[in-house]
Structures are given as structure tokens and as C-alpha cells.
Design a protein around this ligand. Structure first.
Ligand SMILES: Nc1ncnc2c1ncn2[C@@H]1O[C@H](COP(=O)(O)OP(=O)(O)OP(=O)(O)O)[C@@H](O)[C@H]1O
Length: 312
């Protein structure tokens, strides 16, 4: 193991991590912590720097500067023993012509695990029992991912690092993976670091997300707080737009007009008390034909956070 100068109790700790390729900064001053037993989602567009960060965490790439600690141990080329406690899935790599059991047998030998029961255990944990004698190439996409996860978990790691594990999975596959990761984190205390570019899917799996954009961490948010962070706006329409605009302006409401000519109001005075606005319009003889609140969807949130960062 590398130097054991523990850096706090976080299972994963990245401090001012930077990776340059020539003059290009793929990852820039990135700091984050993942707590033990937490499922952390690492979200970013293609090319944002997710894989580069993960490769540094796995000591496959050397950081230009900054440090990484996992389970209190500094990650560097000497951290050999650490990998006994870390499992990693890049993409579901398997031997297509071999069965599930045969694939896991190879993984067991590569991890130098002497106990043959490790295979039975991981097969059970991942619900691969009924598929264990099928050739990997004949598995459904969801079960191929399970096999990849089984390989990553055969040595009972304390940390699981998963690069895009839900790519291409159907909703049922996402639910299966979610239940399995939940079980691992809540019942076995496994810390899960999972990268994706799909917020919608990721949000169903994780306790917290960090958004990486152009190599920088631009936002960290707990999933339970995400709902409150989604922007709301009120959409308003009626027959006499000019009269309605006049009333709104007179009463201090600000609005934008969308391409359909509907009015959009973003301020809390409108989104939190729509009934007041409705009453005002009715009293003024300008009953709305449409008045409803629209909540930003998750993709909208993700893009807004990134765009705001671009403007800075
Ligand atoms: N070996 C390398 N040499 C030069 N540039 C690289 C190298 N590896 C990655 N990059 C660049 O660094 C940036 C970040 O790449 P990275 O693979 O980390 O992104 P990502 O967020 O994982 O994207 P994706 O979701 O597409 O996998 C990209 O612009 C990429 O082209």
C-alpha cells in the first residue's frame, strides 16, 4: 500500500486533482469527497473529464498535480494492496464464447482468490443463478452488465467504481442495477462511484451527484435536494394578450414571451402564488385561457448548470 497518511474518513477523497495532456487540461483542480457507503454519481457531457478522473483514481494515469486517497491510502503506483479493496467496471468486458461461470472463474484466478465459493457468492448476489451456464454472448444486455459487475465485485471490494454502467440498459435493467447497488451500499456498506452522462438515469441510482464540466467540478447536490433546485415557471395565456401584459406590468410582474406568444413568469411571486395572479386577471376581466406551473426537467437542470458555468 502507498503512504498511509490518512486524509479524513471519506472513502474517496480527491484534492485539487489536475491532469494535463500537453497544454490541454482534461481535469482541472477537481476536489471532492465520497463518504463510506454512499452512492455518488459523477455526471458530465462527453469529453467532460470523467474517464480521465476515474483512470487517475485507479492509478492508470498519473495526475499532473493533486492527490487521491481511497480508504485512507494515497493512490499511486505503489498502492498495490489497495486494489484488493476496489472493484472497477469500465465496460462489460467478458469472453463471449465462455459461460458466466467460466468468465467468473477467470476473474477469480486473476484476483488470486483461493476460495472457489467466491463465484457462487457473487452469482447469488447479482441474481445470475439461472444464467450461470449460458454463454456470455447469449445474455441480455442487462445480464451482460451484471456479469461485468460480478467480475468487478468477485473480491468483495469496499469501493466500486463504475464507468457508464447503465449505458444502453432498458428501464427494467436500470431498476435491477439500482436495486443491486442499493443493497450493496445500504446492507454491505460498499461505496459506489458511478459515472454517466445521463442525469435522468443517474438520479434514480445515487445519493448525491457531482457535475463535471470542461474538467471542473461545477456543482454538487444531494438527490433529496434536487427537486427544490429545479426551476419553476408559470405559463400564461389569454385572448387579449395586450391587455393582459398591461395588467401584469401594472402590478409589478415581469414576463418573457415564448415563440407561441405565451407569457412565461419566473419570479417566486408568480410561481408560488399562482392563485393570486389568477384572481387578479379574473377581477380585471382578463380571465386566462391557460395558467399552469412548469417544473424544469432534469436534463434542463443539467444544461442550465453547465451553461451558467460557461457564462462565468
Ligand atoms: N490520452 C489523451 N491525450 C489527449 N487528450 C486526451 C487523452 N485522454 C483524454 N483526452 C481528452 O480529455 C478530455 C476528457 O476526456 P474523458 O475521456 O475524460 O471524458 P469523459 O467525460 O469520460 O467523456 P465520455 O463520456 O465521452 O467518455 C477530452 O477532451 C479528451 O479528448
Amino acid at each position: 500500500m502507498g503512504k498511509s497518511t490518512s486524509a479524513g474518513s471519506a472513502a474517496i477523497q480527491l484534492s485539487n486533482l489536475t491532469k494535463k495532456f500537453g497544454d490541454y487540461r482534461a481535469v482541472s483542480n477537481l476536489s471532492l469527497e465520497v463518504n463510506s457507503g454512499e452512492i455518488f454519481g459523477f455526471l458530465g457531457l462527453n469529453g467532460a473529464g470523467k474517464s480521465t478522473t476515474i483512470k487517475m483514481m485507479l492509478s492508470l494515469l498519473k495526475p499532473s498535480s493533486g492527490s487521491i486517497y481511497m480508504l485512507g491510502n494515497k493512490v499511486d503506483s505503489r498502492a498495490h494492496k489497495l486494489w484488493e479493496q476496489v472493484g472497477y467496471l469500465e465496460e462489460a468486458t467478458y469472453y463471449p464464447g465462455l459461460t458466466v461461470i467460466e468468465n467468473l472463474e477467470i476473474a477469480r484466478r486473476m484476483q488470486m482468490i483461493s476460495d472457489c465459493r467466491a463465484i457462487t457468492r457473487v452469482i447469488q448476489k447479482l441474481g445470475l443463478e439461472v444464467h450461470k451456464n449460458k454463454k456470455a454472448k447469449n445474455l441480455s444486455l442487462g445480464n451482460k452488465q451484471r456479469l461485468g459487475l460480478a467480475k468487478a465485485m468477485i473480491h468483495n471490494p469496499k469501493i466500486l467504481i463504475l464507468d457508464e454502467p447503465i449505458n444502453g440498459l432498458d428501464p427494467a435493467g436500470v431498476v435491477e442495477i439500482r436495486e443491486m447497488l442499493f443493497d450493496l451500499s445500504k446492507n454491505y456498506g460498499v461505496t459506489v462511484f458511478i459515472s454517466s452522462h445521463q442525469l435522468e438515469e443517474l438520479s434514480k441510482l445515487v445519493d448525491r451527484i457531482g457535475i463535471i464540466h470542461e474538467g471542473q467540478l461545477v456543482q454538487e447536490i444531494k438527490m433529496k435536494h434536487l427537486e427544490q433546485s429545479l426551476q419553476k415557471h408559470l405559463v400564461l395565456d389569454n385572448r387579449d394578450k395586450k391587455a393582459m401584459k398591461h395588467i401584469l406590468t401594472e402590478h409589478g410582474y415581469h414576463f418573457k414571451e415564448n415563440i407561441d406568444g405565451k407569457l412565461l413568469l419566473f419570479e417566486n411571486s408568480a410561481t408560488e402564488k399562482p392563485e393570486r395572479l389568477a384572481e387578479l386577471l379574473v377581477r380585471s376581466g382578463q380571465s386566462p385561457t391557460q395558467l399552469n406551473i412548469v417544473t424544469e426537467d432534469l436534463e434542463g437542470y443539467f444544461l442550465r448548470i453547465i451553461q451558467n458555468k460557461r457564462r462565468i
